[in-house]
Design a protein around this ligand. Structure first.
Ligand SMILES: [Zn+2]
Length: 360
């Protein structure tokens, strides 16, 4: 039985248990000055702090970009989540349980969240399964391919690269670990053949986990290992967890960079392998749009971390025109954009060490 008579009452209690200075202080470094706590604003790029957190009235305000709100508003904006997700994050933080008020919407939301968590854990287990395959001694061809592309063992581990060895291994593994067939397909990890057989959706491919900014594995990119008429790369289909147009590959590591300090710019490339190579060459601030067409949501995601984007797509026609469309989408979100020609990028990747900026 809940001790709160209404949802607004619960929200008030939630805010009492989550002091805004402590919560924001756990995301960014706050400096105490008099009665206020100052920081460089996490919502716009700046060098002099104009972001202030008021402990007395429990709100934040940025004098630079006018962002303001309460503790829930901050979590919403910083984590890029909706109101209920922000409430959930703060409830977990304070060890509180969100009560149900016999509200069908709330129950439906709770049921959905529970199922989403279940799929998320399935995807994490799947990533582990692929990872173990890569080092099982049965995936030498995969390791050779990566080595040929210049990817070092430490980089393979950093990105959690893995291998799907066949079509049956993954479904057997997941079913044996208590997941239902429905969960296997709803997560996108498995698919069904025309005659209803459950198979690995990335069967036989080299696996690149796609991880969101909550550090959840939400999808996989898979690269074919043998010449075939199938597409070279195949992503997990769109699911409850994965919306390709709202995700950037490597954003999980960018979030960590941002926590450690300012991110002066992001380098935007098209594919996973380009991103992994650049990362290894000393550019941790690289993200991949996972396709040629950059979306508005992806541009917004960039804007949360930086004001400057260096865009470097492949030199073919599709890549070049994607470059041009991408420029407009990024500029519309108020980002400063420069294009890095592919030959310059490659020079840095080959030199394999950081040497200033990849901009000529
Ligand atoms: Zn601001």
């Amino acid at each position: 039985m809940s001790s709160y008579s209404s949802f607004p009452e619960f929200v008030r209690a939630l805010k009492e248990r989550n002091d805004i200075v402590e919560v924001i202080g756990s995301y960014i470094k706050l400096e105490r000055r008099g009665s206020s706590n100052l920081a460089c604003c996490p919502f716009h790029h700046e060098k002099t702090p104009s972001f202030s957190v008021n402990a007395v009235d429990q709100y934040y305000h940025c004098f630079g970009c006018q962002a303001s709100g309460d503790v829930i508003g901050f979590v919403k904006a910083y984590e890029n989540v909706d109101f209920m997700q922000a409430v959930q994050i703060l409830a977990t933080r304070a060890g509180m349980e969100i009560p149900s008020f016999d509200n069908r919407d709330a129950e439906e939301a709770a049921r959905k969240k529970k199922y989403r968590d279940r799929l998320s854990s399935l995807m994490r287990d799947t990533a582990r399964f692929y990872l173990n395959n890569l080092y099982s001694g049965k995936a030498d061809a995969y390791l050779e391919y990566l080595t040929d592309r210049g990817i070092k063992p430490s980089t393979m581990k950093k990105f959690g690269l893995g291998a799907s060895l066949d079509y049956n291994g993954l479904p057997s593994y997941l079913l044996a670990h208590g997941y239902s067939a429905e969960e296997c397909t709803d997560s996108g990890a498995c698919a069904r053949t025309q005659d209803g057989k459950l198979i690995d959706a990335e069967g036989g491919r080299l696996i690149i986990p796609i991880i969101n900014h909550f550090d959840e594995v939400i999808a996989f990119g898979g690269r074919v290992m043998h010449p075939t008429d199938r597409a070279k790369y195949k992503n997990t289909r769109e699911t409850m967890l994965f919306n390709k147009s709202k995700t950037l590959f490597n954003i999980n590591l960018i979030k960590k960079e941002k926590r450690a300090g300012a991110v002066p710019n992001l380098i935007m490339v098209e594919g996973y392998m380009d991103a992994i190579s650049l990362y290894q060459a000393g550019f941790p601030n690289v993200v991949a749009s996972m396709g040629t067409s950059l979306t508005k949501d992806q541009a917004r995601l960039c804007k949360r971390y930086t004001d400057n984007v260096l865009i470097s797509y492949d030199g073919d026609f599709a890549g070049q025109s994607a470059n041009l469309r991408g420029l407009d989408i990024l500029r519309d979100e108020g980002l400063k954009v420069r294009v890095v020609p592919i030959y310059i990028r490659n020079r840095y990747v080959k030199s394999n060490k950081r040497n200033g900026s990849p901009v000529p």
